[in-house]
Each structure stands twice: as C-alpha cells, then as structure tokens.
Design a protein around this ligand. Structure first.
Ligand code: UDP
Length: 239
C-alpha cells in the first residue's frame, strides 16, 4: 500500500526546461505526459496541487534583453511562454484523469481562466489541480518567485521545486562527482553557504512565510510520489 501523503496542499514548481526533455526547445510530449500522469495520480490520492510552470523552454526575458529588446517587453513574451506550457500541462493532467485548470495572472479568457486567489482556493478545495500561468503577472520577476508567492497566498504547506538533480549539493554534482547532497538545510544555512536554491526574491518569500522548500529530481519517475510522502531523495530546506 502506498505511504500516505505528508502534505495536504502543495505548490509544485515545474520549470520550462523540465518540459523540454532531451530537446533544446519547446515541449516534449512524452515528458509532459509522464509529469502530468504523476501529478494526476497525486491529485487522485487526495493531495491538493497547485503548479507554477516556467517558460524557459520557449523564451526568457533576460535572453531577449541581451539581444537588445526592452526587458519589460521581453518579459511579456516570457510570461506568454509560461501560458503555453500551463495550458499544455493542464490539458495533459485532465487527460491523465484528474481535473485541472490553467489560470493566468494576466487575463486572456479565450485561452484560460484568470487567476484570482479566491478562484484558486475554491478549485484546490474541490480537488482540481490549479496550473498557474504568467508568473506573477509582472516583468522583472521569475516563475520561482511566482511559485513562492502562490504558495503563500494559496496556503500551501510546501514548495516542491522540481529540478534536474535530486537535491541541493555542496558543489555542482555534474562537475564534482564527490559533491555531497544535503538531506536537510535551514534557510540560514543556505544563505551562509550561498547555495542557490531559488532566486533571492523567491527564497525571501518562502523564508518569511515559513514555507519549506523540497528540491527533487522531477526527471526521475516516481520521485514526486516519494517526496509527497515526506521521503525520497531530496533536500528539505526549512526554518
Ligand atoms: N516572467 C516574468 N514575470 C514573472 C515570471 C516570469 O516576466 O513573474 C518571464 C521572464 O521573462 C522569464 C520567463 O517569464 O524569463 C520565463 O520564466 P522563468 O525564466 O522563470 O522560467 P523557468 O526558468 O522556470 O523555465
């Protein structure tokens, strides 16, 4: 019998890169369906799931700015990229058998719903997976910051940050094979050691609102289910 979930309501951050799989651009449908299947299974087990999805697999504002675009304009494109991913993910979760809605911080009613806190809370309480699009709705932010913001306003117990590695290491494990993975860290440890867990604004929001962050490998099938039990290979960053 599967272990029971350790959390009632979670915020899962899925980067755009995670949806890209082995590719260099856009959405890998196989990866999308696998992640959606794991989310749907978690939702069916009773965990209330909000997701913030990134857009780096399509467009990043900083990259546009580096090529001469006005940064705020480029960030608008980046936010639109997250909407594409969110619509794709919500649709794949529904196909995998759990109710899901994409809600955008920037109104575009012909494509998806508009995110308000109350709408998000109502859907979560009803067991619908809420896929948050368009980040914070403002330029000069990232979807990591949006993840911390939505976790705080939607009353999530934890931020599950899906990455390419199975936790936080004392050095880059791809460069240093003997790098050590932390099982747990305090927010203060992470700051002192200058570990990049989320960007500064996101980290501050999570710390100030006492929301733990679990860093895990979203590419590892089954890892999401494991971290939802409070176990699995991951790093827990908390108070
Ligand atoms: N973005 C933004 N405001 C936000 C969140 C995101 O302007 O609140 C833009 C920004 O240009 C960013 C892009 O959307 O580069 C994609 O988000 P992010 O880079 O966080 O995606 P990820 O790295 O998670 O794929």
């Amino acid at each position: 019998m599967p272990a029971s979930p350790a959390y009632k309501r979670v915020l899962l951050k899925v980067s755009g890169e995670a949806l890209m799989g082995e590719g260099t651009f856009g959405v890998d449908m196989g990866v999308l369906d696998r992640i959606a299947g794991e989310v749907a299974a978690a939702a069916r087990s009773g965990v209330e799931m909000a997701i913030v999805v990134g857009g780096g697999n399509i467009f990043r504002g900083v990259a546009g700015a580096a090529r001469g675009m006005d940064r705020a304009t480029a960030d608008g494109m980046g936010m639109l990229a997250t909407v594409m991913n969110a619509v794709a993910l919500a649709s794949a979760i529904e196909q995998a058998g759990a109710p899901a809605r994409a809600l955008s911080a920037i109104a575009m009613e012909a494509i998806c719903g508009t995110l308000t806190r109350q709408r998000g809370l109502d859907l979560l309480a009803a067991g619908t997976v809420v896929v948050c699009a368009a980040g914070t709705g403002n330029p000069f932010f990232t979807t990591d910051t949006a993840a911390a913001l939505r976790a705080a306003e939607l009353g999530c117990d934890v931020i599950l940050k899906g990455t390419q590695v199975d936790g936080v290491y004392d050095a880059d494990p791809k460069v240093y094979p003997d790098a050590r993975r932390f099982e747990t860290l305090t927010f203060a440890d992470a700051l002192v050691r200058d570990l990049k867990i989320m960007d500064t604004a996101a980290f501050a929001l999570a710390r100030d609102n006492d929301i733990p962050i679990v860093v895990f490998d979203i590419h590892n099938p089954g890892a999401l289910a494991d971290v939802l039990t409070g176990a699995g290979r991951a790093t827990l960053v908390s108070g």
